[in-house]
Design a protein around this ligand. Structure first.
Ligand SMILES: Nc1ncnc2c1ncn2[C@@H]1O[C@H](COP(=O)(O)OP(=O)(O)OP(=O)(O)O)[C@@H](O)[C@H]1O
Ligand SMILES: [Mg+2]
Length: 321
């Protein structure tokens, strides 16, 4: 049985200026110990997917799905029950997730206490301290005793993100959802934090959904990649295959946007035009697609299975939804 199964998940935000369909019929499953990357440009629905899975969507959002289960439990009615124990979310800006008025020790203790309360175990401060130090060591904080006594503003961005990972681990979740956790960091710190994620996921055999707009980052940590555009899955497959042989023109564009030392300076190819999904007939990517042809605007292409991959492009079968 898969850890997480999602079938036809759609999310709609109702705004003053109308409805925004942020996710459209997204389906996937996630196995234990697997890392799934969600990649796509700003507005493609990545955070909405993360929030829907962790039960953190705002109340006005309308969520629909044929099925959404975690460890076999239906999430649609019980989403509160999996938060913390089952699913933990790490956000892009760790400072906004930490309480600025509390020392790291107090915040880690709180996370450990939540877990103890849930398991109906008593909370012991000495043991919690030992565990907090071990957790900080696990995320490669070199001076854990010192960091415990600091406030969030006394930490660097990389240290804060590591503390957030430690807070997540304190609750022993089965699934970690990380929404752009390295975007705000410089490239060196980004590589270090990525390696911490990789290490804890491997050691604990944890599953992870790793969200990033950067395919190069995703390729370093994810087993599989889901490419989102306009809230729809455009391509999904194993990371190595998607990178080696991208089938959807959008994935191809994302790969072309990865800076490459061998490319001449200024030659960085990017996807033409701007991201928008309003007033488009057929394939949402068609106005920006270099291979657009007549059939692209006939209807929304079906997600076709091609060589163990899923691709939503009529080049792989002219069928529509
Ligand atoms: N609270 C909200 N109310 C109304 N619309 C929203 C809300 N949150 C997101 N949206 C819209 O839903 C769509 C998907 O947004 P989402 O934040 O999920 O994208 P994203 O891929 O995470 O983007 P980014 O890379 O910028 O974080 C966008 O069109 C966005 O404007
Ligand atoms: Mg986002």
């Amino acid at each position: 049985m898969a850890l997480l199964e999602v079938e036809n998940l759609s999310v709609e935000y109702n705004t003053k200026s109308g409805c925004v369909l942020a996710l459209r019929n997204v389906s996937f499953s996630l196995d234990e110990g697997e890392v799934l990357g969600i990649v796509g440009e700003s507005g493609s629905g990545k955070s909405t997917l993360a929030l829907a899975l962790s039960g953190l969507l705002e109340r006005s959002a309308v969520i629909k799905a044929h099925r959404m289960t975690f460890c076999g439990v239906d999430l649609l009615g019980n989403i509160e029950s999996v938060r913390g124990t089952g699913v933990f979310m790490v956000f892009q800006d760790p400072f906004s997730s930490l309480n600025p008025l509390m020392k790291i020790r107090q915040q880690l203790f709180e996370a450990i206490k939540v877990r103890c309360d849930r398991a109906k175990l008593s909370f012991n401060e000495d043991e919690a301290r030992k565990e907090a130090i071990e957790l900080l060591k696990e995320v490669r904080i070199t001076d854990p005793e010192d960091v415990l006594e600091r406030y969030p503003h006394q930490l660097s961005g990389g240290q804060t993100q590591r503390v957030m990972i430690a807070m997540a681990l304190a609750e022993k979740p089965k699934l970690l959802i990380a929404d752009e956790p390295t975007t705000a960091l410089d490239v060196i710190t980004q590589a270090q934090v990525l390696s911490v994620f990789k290490n804890v996921v491997n050691r604990r055999h944890m599953s992870m959904i790793f969200i990033t707009h950067d395919l190069a980052v995703a390729s370093q940590i994810c087993d599989r990649i889901m490419v989102l555009y306009g809230g729809m899955v455009q391509e999904m497959g194993s990371t190595s295959e998607v990178l080696k042989d991208p089938k959807h023109p959008y994935t191809l564009g994302l790969i072309g946007s990865i800076p490459n030392k061998s490319k001449e300076e200024g030659e960085l190819s990017s996807i033409k035009g701007y991201y928008t999904t309003t007033g488009i007939r057929g394939c949402l990517f068609s106005p920006r697609c270099p291979f657009v042809r007549e059939g692209c605007t006939k209807g929304v292409p079906r997600l076709n299975a091609v060589d163990g991959r899923l691709v939503r492009c009529i080049n792989y079968g002219e069928q529509y939804e």
